[in-house]
Design a protein around this ligand. Sequence first.
Ligand code: SAM
Length: 279
Amino acid sequence: MNEKRTIRQLLREYGLQPRKGLGQNFLEDPATLQRIVDAAELVADDLVLEIGPGLGTLTRLLATRAGRVLAVELDERLAAILPDILADCPNVAVMHGDILALDPAGLFPGRTRGYKVVANLPYYITSAVLRHLLESQARPSLLVLTVQREVAQRLVAVPGEMSLLAVSVQFYGQPRIVARIPAGAFYPPPQVDSAVVRIDVYERPPLPVDDVTGFFRVVQAGFGQRRKQLRNALSHGLNRPIEEIVAALNRAGIDPRRRAETLSLDEWAALWQAMTAAE
Ligand code: SAM
């Protein structure tokens, strides 16, 4: 029975070695896999996008709970054998491709409702995947992502420790850490510990920002020169006179000497409004 095969057995059976360059650390701890699936709170008609199904261990569990699972795998060797490994899961479709090169809007043709994303991500594409999905016209309703623990902590940061990544994610949804995973839960074990982050995506971003590109230009400028006071970072990054920036910060009720990492999302929105009002 397919279900019983472990990661090592599958690798041996298909004559494969994990590709480090593609972040191939496969999850083999059953309790951890179960926690990830539980965190997605799947119901029978859910559509799930799994990024990087690997050897299909998580995919199989997702398939037992969801309506349909679309599994996008970059490694052509794995994409070729997954239909065989998952032959007893008729509601799984495997697609060979790079998630970053695919438009999320085209992944579920005829889709009339939201979809969920569940992924044990290769660490080096975490930020790019988040941007790609959250900035898309077809945003998922929920993401459950296994990421490097340090990245998970950055995603759920509060003012004082904010980063461009935290603002970019918290603009679109509410992230929280739902599990911590030791390196030993994977084969082969990665160098770092991991965590599972669940992001509940807002139907509409709640901040009063109607030009998202313009808003993020300001945020990016603020974080462009880490540890610099906002007045200097923004003046430099937006190429605007410092007096103009100081006036906008004052109008927004933000001390111009503060640093980007201390601002809340509401303060960024207030600043953006103060800056656009001045234009
Ligand atoms: N889901 C499996 C598990 O939990 O055991 C595998 C997780 S492994 C950390 C990451 C998987 O993502 C690998 O199978 C890798 O080949 C695949 N991958 C890497 N980059 C990708 C990309 N840009 N698009 C889709 N899949 C990718």
